[in-house]
Design a protein around this ligand. Structure first.
Ligand code: ATP
Ligand code: MG
Length: 472
């Protein structure tokens, strides 16, 4: 069933294509209808006109011949030949069985027998026929006073040609109208799709984290006001909810802070008297101290991440030289936790004085988190490298540990994600927030972070930051 559904979806045309087809089809049907009506009306009018003209001429000629026959002119054949039969017409006279004709090609056999019997019966009649592909229209007029019948035969080839030209012209106009319809459909579909494109752009911006995005209300089409209104209301609610969650996490972390400070101080007091404790109590104290430390770290990270979610922590941007910045960050991490002591700092000469516009505190947190991870999971960072290319500075923290398998390289940046390495080394130390904070800080600085495999094995975390555009 799902296969079926997928097949149907693949066949389904997009909204734009459907609009274009509808417009083109509409134009085609309309132009075909108008064309057919125009063709049939013109054809009818032309044929009727031709018939009337033929009939008038026929009557005039018949009257001339009747007078000539009544006056017993010596050569009736010459009278018939002298008739002004006009272009493309031929005259035939049946005078008591003797036939006279003005044309070599049109003879009595050219006349339809039904026409002849009608005329013989004393009626004026006309009939269409064809002779060797030539369309003919014949009119028959009885002249009973002299026992004669007069026929006037018209060749309709030129009329047929005119109608053919008209047909081609109408078909061309129809095709042009259909094309115009398709173009109109394209323009209309673009216009119709614009609000949808705006909605989709707004949704993409919101998904990227720009919660202030709204659809413009003033310019909204009245028909779309409902959609605009509910979309904006949905984003309002989403924003409110995210901020509420962030505030909640922030409040909880705050509330936990003071008891934690008391706990930490109490542990400190106990640790100062560790010598007086027996073995089991000392062990219990170590466990307690480790957990209190971990708890403190968790609360600090939670506070930081929730502040960032609520956009409560402002960016304090400074233009700084990246070489000096990285050296200072590594040194402060070594001072604070010893992480990074084993790392060799390699700064490529062009990058040394590259200027980045950053919040120094955030860069410090990024580097210290990466160095601490290397310490916990890979026996310490081996190198911190800085390079610059095409307006982007890359800071890479490398280790020679087990590395991070490709399938985990995105997930490790998720909150509370603790990968396979956490179980192998330093279990129980982390909370899984470190790399989530790194990703958050990098994003706020307008950069990106990704993981590669270090040459010779191990993990290589690469943070890319845009330069300030000024290199001193
Ligand atoms: N250098 C590394 N080598 C191997 N695995 C790593 C490395 N850095 C991080 N990881 C893996 O990524 C996981 C997530 O790291 P992250 O820093 O987010 O959390 P954590 O270190 O477990 O806890 P926290 O940093 O919040 O105290 C770690 O649990 C670990 O499995
Ligand atoms: Mg960590």
């Amino acid at each position: 069933m799902s296969d079926d559904g997928r097949g149907r979806r693949r066949l389904a045309l997009g909204l734009r294509a459907r609009l274009i087809i509808i417009f083109a089809l509409g134009a085609f049907v309309l132009s075909s209808l108008m064309g057919t009506i125009a063709y049939l009306t013109t054809r009818h009018t032309l044929i009727v006109e031709q018939q009337t003209a033929l009939l008038h001429q026929g009557y005039a000629n018949a009257a001339l011949l009747r007078n000539a026959i009544a006056a017993q002119v010596p050569s009736i054949g010459a009278e018939v030949t002298s008739l002004d039969t006009g272009q493309g017409t031929s005259s035939l006279l049946d005078l008591g069985g003797r036939w006279f004709s003005t044309s070599l090609t049109i003879s009595r056999s050219s006349l339809p027998s039904a026409l002849r019997s009608n005329v013989k019966a004393g009626h004026v009649a006309y009939q269409a026929s064809s002779q060797t592909g030539r369309p003919l229209l014949s009119v028959g007029i009885p002249i009973p006073s002299v026992n004669a019948e007069y026929y006037l035969v018209d060749d309709l080839t030129s009329l047929q040609h005119t109608l053919k030209v008209l047909l081609v012209a109408l078909a061309t106009a129809g095709a042009a109208t259909t094309l115009l319809g398709a173009l109109l459909g394209l323009a209309a579909s673009r216009r119709a799709m614009r609000p949808l494109t705006e909605v989709s752009d707004a949704a993409v911006a919101i998904a990227r984290g720009d919660l202030a995005t709204r659809l413009p209300v003033d310019s909204a089409d009245p028909d779309l006001a409902g959609l605009t209104g509910s979309f904006n209301a949905m984003v309002d609610q989403l924003e409110e909810r995210i901020h509420r969650d962030a505030r909640f996490a922030s409040d909880v972390s705050h509330e936990l802070r003071s008891p934690l400070t008391t706990l930490s101080a109490a542990v400190g007091v106990l640790e100062s008297q560790r010598d007086t404790l027996d073995h089991r109590s000392a062990e219990a104290l170590d466990l307690l101290a480790a957990d209190v430390a971990r708890f403190e770290r968790l609360v600090t990270d939670l506070l930081e991440i929730s502040r960032s979610d609520a956009d409560a922590d402002d960016l304090h941007l400074d233009a700084v030289e990246v070489g000096e910045l990285v050296r200072r960050c590594v040194a402060s991490s070594v001072r604070a936790s010893g992480a990074g002591a084993s790392a060799i700092i390699k700064i490529a000469p062009p990058a040394e004085h590259s200027v980045v516009l950053v919040d120094k505190r955030r860069v410090e947190r990024i580097i210290s988190n990466l160095l601490e991870n290397a310490e916990h999971y890979a026996g310490g960072a081996t190198a911190v490298e800085v390079t610059e290319a095409r307006g982007v500075v890359e800071i890479a923290v490398e280790d020679h540990g087990a590395g991070i398998p490709p399938e985990e390289r995105i997930a490790v940046f998720d909150r509370f994600y603790r990968g396979g390495a956490a179980g192998r080394r330093g279990a129980g130390q982390g909370t899984g927030l470190g790399l989530a904070l790194v990703a958050d800080h990098v994003r706020r600085l307008g950069g990106t972070v990704h993981i590669e495999e270090a040459a010779g094995g191990g993990a290589r975390f690469v943070v890319a930051l845009p330069t300030d555009g000024a290199t001193t």
